[in-house]
Design a protein around this ligand. Structure first.
Ligand SMILES: NC(=O)c1ccc[n+]([C@@H]2O[C@H](COP(=O)([O-])OP(=O)(O)OC[C@H]3O[C@@H](n4cnc5c(N)ncnc54)[C@H](O)[C@@H]3O)[C@@H](O)[C@H]2O)c1
Ligand SMILES: O=C(O)C(=O)C[C@@H](O)[C@H](O)[C@H](O)COP(=O)(O)O
Ligand SMILES: [Zn+2]
Length: 367
């Protein structure tokens, strides 16, 4: 299959997402327009670069560009003030100009960091995403959310800064550990649970193992097209985009509390999705049967469905609620959750009761 193109419609800042087994070569041919000085400034995840760097460099050279590479260890620790300092320092040392683009070659952590570096470099330079994890291809490389973590929580410092091009090459996923494939699958499940019940049914029928070859390319394209529609409607999360945060109010609390390096984002999202559905049942919004189905598929996919299954714990309910108290969606000092009326019908629910949330999390911890 040749590369599929999914457009993200944002007026003058519209861009294409190229998806397929040869997207790296197809996409690299488009790079020179974003690299006016004939050089490609690349922030690369060390593991992705070790596995696919030769192919990346050949594609960049074939496009007539000279590659300059800054390697970064992937993982949440990269998304930090120290990581931003090192990357922006390297960009400045290269004499990077505003008219040049930074190319992010890596997973969601590298992409979020590099996007933020591009957003603040000389008040905004160009940015290209070449996502190398399933999670980054289906979710984080699209939509322009960039940022870093701080001791206070996940992604609390950041900026909206859209890429000019996204190159999702499915062959680079061949070297991704099974755990990271499952983590990316959690964000695909999320898309079905938010607004696409038929997608969730297909996933239930097939499972993550079926995501190979053309089916993988189509699944990525479907997830990207879904996200692109929401981002085009609400780029900076004033309303409907918050639906993409289903499960994340819980997930980010777990990530902030987890032993460093023990929990990956997609795992936290998986458990967070189950909690969002179970809390929706508790609030009388959603049928129990839908919550049970969401949980059953998440568990069948080998993802953590219960708090007790989550790596990086133990997690203290009151501390989790306190973490949720600094979520970016909150208004008027009260926690905003994304809940669900049914599979495929997520909704934004402001004004959660903190004491009730803690009691709920205690019950969920004990089950
Ligand atoms: N900006 C957004 O819209 C958005 C959306 C979803 C998630 N996120 C963020 O994304 C991050 C998670 O991203 P992730 O799951 O990609 O994790 P990650 O970037 O940490 O990558 C996971 C691991 O895979 C390795 N790796 C990357 N590509 C590889 C390859 N091709 N072969 C072998 N190993 C490879 C990395 O070195 C790392 O160890 C979280 O910080 C999350 O908050 C952001
Ligand atoms: O793109 C979005 O919008 C999302 O919410 C996608 C999420 O999967 C992603 O984890 C995002 O980084 C969370 O955003 P945040 O605003 O809650 O930090
Ligand atoms: Zn996410």
């Amino acid at each position: 299959m040749s590369a599929l193109t999914v457009p993200v419609a944002l007026g003058a800042r519209s861009y294409d997402v190229l998806i397929g087994p040869d997207a790296l070569e197809t996409g690299a041919a488009r790079l020179p327009q974003y690299c006016p000085r004939g050089r490609a400034l690349i922030a690369a995840d060390r593991a992705a670069f070790a596995a696919h760097g030769e192919r990346l460099i050949s594609a960049v050279r074939a496009a007539g560009l000279t590659p300059l590479v800054h390697e970064i260890e992937g993982g949440e620790r990269a998304k930090s003030w120290a990581g931003l300092d090192a990357l922006t320092g390297w960009m400045l040392d290269q004499g990077m100009e505003r008219g040049e683009a930074l190319i992010a070659f890596g997973g969601g952590t590298l992409g979020d960091l590099a996007g933020f570096a591009a957003a603040v470099m000389k008040r905004g330079c160009g940015f290209i995403q070449i996502p190398t994890t399933l999670l980054a291809q289906v979710d984080s490389s699209v939509g322009g959310k960039t940022g870093i973590n701080t001791p206070q929580g996940k992604n609390l410092i950041g900026a909206f800064h859209q890429p000019a091009l996204v190159i999702a090459d499915t062959r680079v996923l061949d070297t991704l550990p099974e755990r990271e494939i499952r983590a990316g699958y959690a964000e695909i499940i999320k898309a079905g649970l938010i607004a696409d019940a038929p997608l969730f049914e297909r996933l239930e029928a097939l499972g993550p193992k079926a995501l190979q070859g053309d089916a993988l390319v189509r699944a990525i394209a479907d997830a990207v097209a879904f996200k692109a529609r929401i981002v085009a409607e609400d780029e900076t999360e004033r309303g409907v985009r918050a639906l993409l945060n289903l499960g994340h109010t819980f997930a980010h609390a777990f990530e902030a509390e987890a032993r460093p390096g023990a929990l990956v984002h997609g795992e936290a999202v998986a458990a967070g999705l189950v909690l969002a559905f179970r809390y929706s049942v508790r609030r009388g919004l959603c049928p129990q049967a839908d919550a049970d189905r969401a949980e059953a598929h998440i568990a069948a996919a080998g993802l953590p469905a219960r708090i007790a299954d989550l790596p990086g714990g133990p997690y203290e309910p009151a501390r989790l609620t306190a973490r949720m108290g600094s979520d970016k969606k909150n208004t008027g000092g009260a926690i905003t959750l994304v809940l669900a009326r049914a599979i495929g019908e997520a909704m934004i629910a402001p004004g959660a009761d903190a004491a009730d949330l803690t009691a709920f999390l205690q019950e969920e911890t004990d089950r």
